[in-house]
Design a protein around this ligand. Structure first.
Ligand code: BTN
Length: 271
């Protein structure tokens, strides 16, 4: 007889051992429950935490998503982490960090499910459902970034029945797509390794080196989409990314439209 051991805490010592000599994850601060790992990481960064410090929690009581949304954070199943970064870049290009992380998160997810793709700006989707989201927040010194907090939430072992009704057809756990439970330490190690790799490339060669990687992993190039931002709506066919990371659409009148913020919806309801 097999017995389901139920949800278990992350083997944080194993993750710490795996990341001990890495640039991202050399220091891992682990909590049972926090309001938001981004808020906690921000506090540590204010107090001087080094680049590459990672905050992980088993659950968040006020997990934040993009555009003021809530990130639902049930305990023991998923990954909620925030990374302190100190990139020597201007605030104007800080959103590119989220795109870098999107590429890293897709590559990590592809170790389990090859169809994982990035949906602008940096959601990871499988079969039109969201598996991971990224929220980048920053602190500035004039027009330079003092630090950026890169928050990543990944639905790893949440099954369809665990999602609230309104998310069931929009979100998916990596376990469902992979057909087996996901080892959270293994996933976190892959994610942080891929992040380190792509972040290094970004610092060495700039966003020009990341852009083709993002485009080759994108789910919507060539698709007709609608984008809602604040009170504005634009429509067009996704052409790719601009040199600065804005999304480029070809509108019906042939003009190119740049989008810097918003939520992408595909014809037929893919959100
Ligand atoms: C989104 O897709 O809307 C972004 C979601 C980001 C969620 C993660 S979970 C870890 C970190 N802490 C937060 O409060 N948010 C991010």
């Amino acid at each position: 007889m097999t017995v389901d051991p139920g949800p278990a805490a992350l083997h944080i010592d194993a993750l710490r051992r795996a990341r001990a000599s890495a640039r991202i994850g050399h220091t891992i601060l682990y909590f049972d429950s926090v309001d938001s790992t981004n808020t906690v990481a921000q506090r540590f960064a204010m107090d001087g935490a080094a680049e590459g410090t990672v905050v992980i929690a088993e659950t968040q009581t006020q997990g934040r998503g993009r555009l003021g949304r809530t990130w639902i954070s049930p305990p023991f199943r998923n990954l909620y982490l925030s990374v302190v970064l100190r990139p020597p870049i201007a605030t104007a290009v800080a959103p590119q960090i989220g795109l870098v992380a999107g590429v890293a998160a897709v590559d990590a997810a592809r170790e389990w499910v090859s169809q994982a793709a990035v949906k602008w700006p940096n959601d990871v989707v499988i079969d039109r459902r969201k598996v991971a989201g990224i929220l980048t927040e920053m602190d500035a010194d004039g027009d330079r970034v003092r630090f950026a907090i890169l928050g990543i939430g990944v639905n790893l072992n949440t099954t369809a029945e665990d999602f609230p009704d309104d998310l069931r057809d929009k979100a998916i756990g990596l376990c469902t797509a992979a057909g087996r439970p996901i080892d959270r330490v293994e996933f976190a190690d892959h994610l942080l390794s891929r992040l380190e790799e792509h972040y290094d490339l970004f610092l060495r060669e700039g966003f020009a080196a990341i852009r083709p990687l993002w485009e080759s992993r994108a789910s919507l190039i060539g698709r007709h989409v609608r984008i809602d931002a604040h009170t504005q709506r634009v429509e067009g066919v996704v052409a790719g990314l601009a040199a600065d990371g804005a999304l480029l659409l070809r509108a019906a009148d042939g003009n190119e439209v740049r989008v810097v913020v918003g939520d992408v919806t595909v014809d037929g309801g893919y959100r």
